[in-house]
Design a protein around this ligand. Structure first.
Ligand SMILES: [Zn+2]
Length: 493
């Protein structure tokens, strides 16, 4: 029996035990750190309660007086008022279909897997008071604060209490949080209906501040990464092969951090340890977050479909593009970049720092000169490319070449091309997004070992609206990242 299989088996057994033991109390909305702790019942609840008491005591032993903390928090947070802020979509592509009158139906979830969730699903209405993340009007009493979308075009700052910490959950104080195009598509409903209020954010660096009673991989104080996926069934063939992102048995809104369970545009996230990753030596905390989505999207297709010595082309110079060039270069490939326009500064960095061989403007230059030159092409442009342009790119591939499309465009978009080039050269067209837990770990380790470093433009947590606008409407250098660290420290508990 292979070691991997044994590990998988143990993982499965453990999951099964946890499922049976924990089904009723999992994802409880009770929080042991609030007066609701009185309601905690059962051995597990008591254990969690004790753990939390120890946690509180720890702070006190460190010489931090709880009353002092409360007063300080009250003072710091009293200035914040919740209000709905309009965040219109500018420069809107006419092909985007924005749901105007949004009505959420849970019909696509045929198999709710947890009791509270089922209850939530059955209510079938737009709930602006989130059932798991209980809003508090007085910010000074809150455990956490999130920037939430309350509709495709409105945003609120939402102060709330943590839900109860399930046995396999870790509670993470967010330190850095990347903002990607995916956040925009998800939060604005362009990937299909989502439950509002929604807190997106799928590139997270943080510190673990509490662990559930059955957590084994992490301890309080660990610095960790969290990405777009949070849960998978753990028993199907895809999960057993660690391709957890492909699990077809986990409903979309439970599987990812774009659903019922909130992501990283918050001071805290609370998610299962199964999809949490330690930060290895060699990764800088400040800039590591974009590896979780952009980095994995760039790494995975290169590691599967390309090899050392290949000539590869990367289309797009954004978050994914700038990492794909670095990764391909470190893998020993000859890498060229294609873009519609590029500023001088960016061009110099691609050619120098990131290791690109050529930077080519597809609008200004005749790219037919690159016909049959590439073994592999990766398209990182999240929107639709014109068909003629796509065909020109496909024609740049050698016979048997691979054309990989990463990321998920809005649902309304369709992929179309002429079959002639694809068939006559027997090209492979692959669409992929993110990775399973094993692939994510590989991507993280590769970046740490090889000095692949996301380039980030930082914004404070308070400046979320400016940051989001920067990502959506201009060309940042290269990934917009929220610096949440200072703000999230105010919520010590
Ligand atoms: Zn599965």
């Amino acid at each position: 029996m292979s070691q991997q299989y044994q590990q998988d088996q143990e993982f499965r057994d453990e999951q099964e035990r946890a499922k049976q033991k924990n089904e009723a109390s999992k994802y409880s909305t009770q929080d042991q750190s609030t007066p609701m702790a009185q309601n905690i019942q059962g051995q597990e609840g008591q254990q969690q309660f004790r753990q939390n008491q120890q946690f509180q005591q720890q702070y006190r032993q460190q010489g931090i007086d709880q009353k002092g903390i409360d007063e300080q928090r009250a003072k710091l947070l009293s200035q914040y008022q919740e209000q709905t802020i309009e965040l219109p979509i500018k420069n809107q592509d006419s092909s985007l279909e924005l749901p105007q009158a949004f009505k959420f139906e849970f019909s696509e979830i045929d198999k709710p897997i947890i009791p509270q969730y089922q209850d939530f699903a059955q209510s079938k209405q737009q709930i602006l008071e989130h059932r798991l993340y209980r809003r508090v009007q007085d910010a000074s009493l809150a455990d956490a604060c999130a920037w939430v979308f309350t509709s495709p075009t409105t945003v609120q700052k939402y102060f709330y209490l943590h839900p109860g910490l399930a046995a396999h959950d870790v509670r993470i104080r967010v330190m850095f949080s990347g903002i990607s195009r995916s956040d925009s598509f998800a939060a604005r409903g362009l990937w299909g209906p989502i439950p509002y209020p929604l807190c997106a954010g799928e590139e997270i660096v943080g510190e673990i501040i509490a662990i559930g009673s059955s957590v084994t991989k992490f301890k309080v104080g660990d610095k960790v990464l969290y990405g777009p996926f949070r849960y998978s069934c753990g028993t199907c063939i895809y999960c057993l092969e660690s391709r957890t992102n492909l699990c077809p048995y986990t409903p979309r809104l439970v599987k990812s951090t774009y659903g019922v369970f909130w992501g990283g545009f918050s001071t805290h996230v609370q998610q299962p340890e199964s999809h949490c990753f330690k930060i290895p030596n060699g990764l800088d905390l400040e800039t590591a977050a974009p590896i979780m989505c952009a980095g994995v999207n760039a790494y995975k297709p290169l590691s599967i479909f390309a090899k050392k010595g290949d000539r590869v082309a990367i289309i797009g110079i954004g978050g994914v593009g700038h990492l794909a060039v670095q990764i391909a270069s470190k893998m020993g490939m000859e890498v060229d970049i294609f873009c519609s326009s590029i500023e001088r500064e960016k061009k110099d960095r691609f050619l120098g720092q990131f290791g690109a061989n050529l930077v080519i403007h597809w609008d200004a230059e005749d790219i037919t000169q690159f016909a049959n030159k590439y073994d592999f092409i990766m398209n990182t442009v999240p929107g639709k490319l014109p068909i003629e342009q796509l065909e020109k790119f496909m024609n740049m591939l050698k016979p048997l070449g691979k054309f990989v499309i990463v990321g998920v465009p809005p649902l309304s978009e369709r992929l179309s091309f002429n079959f002639k080039t694809v068939i006559s050269k027997a090209l492979e067209i692959v669409c992929m997004n993110a990775g399973g837990v094993k692939e994510v770990q590989e991507a993280i380790d590769f970046c740490a070992r090889n000095g692949v470093r996301p380039e980030c433009e930082f914004f404070s947590f308070e400046d979320f609206l400016t940051a989001f606008d920067r990502m959506e409407n201009s060309h940042p250098l290269f990934r917009v990242v929220l610096r949440v660290d200072d703000f999230s420290k105010q919520f010590k508990r």
